[in-house]
Design a protein around this ligand. Structure first.
Ligand code: GDP
Ligand code: MG
Length: 177
């Protein structure tokens, strides 16, 4: 089918941050390609991926940046955050430490990103509920305290991934339109 692409109304840069191995790259490939790889090496080195969506009748290209293995504290440079309208902060619900570090990642955003950046916190790997180490209540409390949206999600089975991204993109759209 020969479709003439519609014109893009907006490009939204979104950055994904969080500790190593929480599933950032897999969340990204689930949202942009509806794919999941148990061996995530295939996504290393990719700077960003895109998905074009329609929000309130507008065509929006989400340009979503991946840290590609630079998750050491302070290793992510300010260039990464430059121009970002949204951020996805990811932790792993089975790794307490990855949740304890979320406050640092949010601090990094406040230091380097635009003050109007919209942030969503994702507790990934919700499919591994038997190995849970972070309660949803703790995360909700933190998110409310910091004024972030929050959702648990699973890149593996896709639960809540689209919902979380659409919520963020909708929020950004509301701010720029
Ligand atoms: P990153 O370092 O934050 O980019 O993490 P990756 O996306 O590379 O994922 C790290 C590991 O967690 C890989 O072995 C993935 O297969 C696994 N993983 C990622 N997301 C999920 C998920 O939602 N559920 C489960 N069970 N494993 C996941
Ligand atoms: Mg990665």
């Amino acid at each position: 089918e020969n479709m003439i692409p519609d014109k893009i109304d907006y490009v939204f840069k979104v950055v994904v941050i969080g500790d190593s191995a929480v599933g950032k790259s897999q969340i990204l490939s689930r949202f942009t390609k509806n794919e999941f790889f148990f061996d995530s090496k295939s996504t290393i080195g990719v700077e960003f991926q895109t998905r074009t969506v329609t929000i309130n009748g507008k065509i929006i290209k989400a340009q979503i940046w991946d840290t590609a293995g630079q998750e050491r504290y302070r290793a992510v440079t300010s260039a990464y955050y430059r121009g970002a309208l949204g951020a996805v902060v990811v932790y792993d619900i089975t790794k307490r430490q990855s949740f304890d570090h979320v406050a640092r990642w949010v601090e990094e955003l406040r230091a380097h990103a635009d003050s109007s950046i919209r942030i969503i916190l994702i507790g990934n790997k919700s499919d591994l509920v038997d190995m849970r180490a972070v309660s949803a209540e703790d995360a909700v409390e933190f998110a409310e305290d910091q004024g972030l949206f929050f959702s648990e999600a699973s890149a593996l089975n896709g639960d809540n991934v689209d919902t979380a991204f659409f919520r963020l993109l909708q929020e950004i759209y509301g701010a720029v339109s």
